[in-house]
Design a binder for this molecule. Sequence first.
Ligand code: DLL
Length: 433
Amino acid sequence: MVYYDAAETLSRVEIERLQLERLRASLKQAAKSPFYAKHFAACDFDPASVATLADVRRIPFTTKQHLRDSYPDAMLAMPLSEMVRMHASSGTTGTPTVIYHTQNDLDWWASLMARCMYMAGLRRTDVFQNMSGYGLFTGGLGIHYGAERLGCLTIPAGAGNSHRQIKLLTDFKVTGIHIIPSYALYLSAVFAELGIDPKSLSLRIALVGAEPYTEETRRRLEEIYGIKAYNSYGLSEMNGPGVAFECQEQHGMHVWEDAYLAEIVDPATGEPVPDGELGELVMTTLGREGMPVVRYRTRDMTRFLTEPCPCGRVHRRIDRLHGRCDDMLIVKGVNIFPMQIERVLMAMPEVGQDYLIVLERDGYIDNIRVKVEIRDEYFVEDMRQLGALQKRIAARLRDELLVTPKVELVERNSLPKTEGKATRVLDMRGNGA
Ligand code: DLL
C-alpha cells in the first residue's frame, strides 16, 4: 500500500487500541465544557469509567439542537483565547451551529485532508483548484489547507464564475479539482456551450462531495471530464471534509478511525444496527481539543461495508450516502429518497445535468412532479417524440419508486441554480405536509 500517514496501515487491533485510548482522553477533555459537564452529569457518566469502546453507548447522543442550544460557545473545552478559527454549518434552517478550532485542531484536520488527497492519487506536483465556496463553509478552507499541506500548487478559485473557472483550469494546466457534484454537472454544460471538451484539459482527479449524488452521476462526471472522481464525505460538526474518503478502489469511503469513532444506529430507536445494515451515522471526535463532540447524530443514512478493502486499509468503509433521514419523502405512503430519482435520471443519456423534485398537494392527494432537464439535441420540435421520452422517464421512475410521478421536460438552464449545494426538492404542499 502506498500511504501518506502510517496511521493508514494500522491493523484492526491497533486501531481499536488507539481509539480506546483517544476516546478516554477525548471524553475527559469534553467534560471540561459547560455543555458536556452537564450532559454527562445528567446521566451519571464518568469519563474515567470507560473501559471498552462500547461504553460510549452509555452516553446520550448529541444532536444538532444541542449544538444550537450551546450557541455561541457552551461546547468549548478550552478558553476562547486558545481558538484560532470558527466555522458554521451550512444549515439552512434556524440558528447556525458553530464549531471552533485550536491551532492543533487545524493542523490535524489539514493532515487528515492531505491523507485523503494522497490516497486518491494526488501528489505535491499536482496543480489543484478548489471550486467550492470559501468562508464559513468548510469545503473552502478545509480542502485548501489539505492541498497546501500535501504541497500542491493550490488555486483558491471559490464557487461560481464558471468562465473564470474554466480559464484557470486551462491556463494553469490544473490536474486536480475539488467540486460539488451539482456544480460539476452544471459546469459541464458551460464547457459544452463554449465548445471546449473538458477531456482536452490536463485534469486527472476530482474530489467530489458535500452533497449526495449517485454512482450514475459519478460515472457521468468521469466520462465527461475524463477523470477519476472520488467521493468525499464530511460535516462541519466533525471538522468538515476529511472524515471519510474513497481510496482508489472507489468502493465505499474509509472513515479515518484514528480520528473518529463511527457508529451506525437505527434512527428510530438509537440502537446499533448489525454491520452491513442501513442506519444513521453517529460520530465522535477522537482528537479535537478545542471542541470535542460526542456521539453526534449526523442524520446521514449509510451502512458499513463488511468486505475487506483490496487496498489493504482496514479503516472501516461506509457506503455512498443514501441521503439524510430528514430528506426522505413520503408520497402516497411510499418512502422515497431523492437519490433514487437521481439514479434513474442520470443513467438516461437524453437527460441533461439538472432536475428538480416538486411535491404538490391535489386536494388530499400528494403528488410528485419531477422537472427534468433535457439535452439540447433531444429537445426537438416533434411533440410525439418528446411525449414518448416523457413517458419513458415516468415509467423508469415508477419502476424504481413504485409511485408514478408526473414528469415535466424542461430546457437546459431553466431550473433555478444556487451557488452552493443544490436544492433538489421543492415542497409545495403547505403546512402540515
Ligand atoms: O459539506 C463538509 C464537506 C465539504 C464535505 C466539502 C465534503 C466536501 P456541511 O456543510 O456541514 O459540511 O454539510 C454536511 O453534507 O451531513 C451530509 O448530509 C452532506 N454530505 C457531505 N458530504 C457528502 C457526500 C460539508 N459525499 C452534510 N455524500 C452531511 C452525501 C454528503 N452527502
